[in-house]
Write a protein that binds this ligand. Sequence first.
Ligand code: PLP
Length: 394
Amino acid sequence: MKIGTTHLFVPGPTTVPEVVRRAMNVPMEDHRAPDLPDVVLDVLGDLKRVFRLREGRVLLYPGSGSGAWEAAITNCLSRGDRVLMSRYGHFSHLWVDMARRLGLDVVCHDVEWGEGVPVEAYERALRDDPSIKAVFVTHNETATGVTSDVRAVRRAMDAAGSDALLFVDGVSSIASLEFRQDDWGVDVAVAGSQKGFMLPAGLAILGVSEKALAAAERSTTERCYFAFADMIAANDVGYFPYTPPMPLLHGLRASLDRLLDEGMDEVAARHHRLGEGVRQGVKAWGLDLCALSPRWYSDTVTAVRVPAGVDGAQVCRIAYHRYRTSFGGGLGQVAGRVFRIGHLGDVNEVSCLTALAAAEMALLDAGASLEAGSGVAAAQAYFRQALAAEEAAT
Ligand code: PLP
């Protein structure tokens, strides 16, 4: 018999807080009820606060992050459009693959996994080729634990005199890391419900600038289910063009309350503190991160390189079966060579210590040589000092 909690430290889906779970536990209701707009318009308005989007719109589709990728491309671009993309992990790789399958002319920069978006190469490419219609960035590459500098990409685009659209995958960053859609000049930002929003998978969420909305009117790509125009027409009166997942909308209301009560700056600061604590733990084990330099470190997911002779997949299997703790395995190029600790969403210092404790046991059992307790002790020391400093400063 299994007693006690099963611990979820994959970088999405993340733990759903009790208050959000309860909010979703509602009897089925009429999705054309006269008072539905009260819920829908409120949620859409508050989502803009999370994306930090004043102009433009946030659109919500039943779907997942991949659906949001597709909605972004099919609405704002046309078959044959030249776009600038880069691959530095499994998810950026998949977005390139989708763009090609949807008929875009992709100029792709391949970057070593462990690094992020190649800003200088992007600037050169944009100067050389003014026909580029869109620039893509995976803000947080969940497969490698790498965060890229979206602001720097916007600067590079401006310096090159490009008027391309900026598309950003924020699936594992929005609602956890700092994200400022307006200030960073992001035209289309995509997210999913199952990471920073602390909900089950099921909602594809897009922040769309006025410029991207205008591009959507010119695009000649066939689209139907994801058509912005249909969604906007229905949203304008507080409804959806088809049946929305009502429990998820109620859950989203509760999750937005949590995020906005904490404050988006504070949410980002908490993730930074937790990410740093986990990194201190990994350092104490003597292991390396997949991220190749501190400028790429992600505060939502840490991908740990396992020592030679240890199989990352085996670490995850042991953690799951023996210690009832889920970690993310290595994906694509880094399969078996890393395992990933997700520290985003409804997490705090003690939950991160739990993750480190379970990871230590699984690593030891899988044959790694490290000192039991060393990672936990290093993270404890960091958290104690960081929280005391924060208290002293307030
Ligand atoms: N983009 C990133 C950065 C992701 O981490 C993921 C999933 O983990 C996706 C896109 C795809 O999202 P989904 O699995 O919700 O379709």
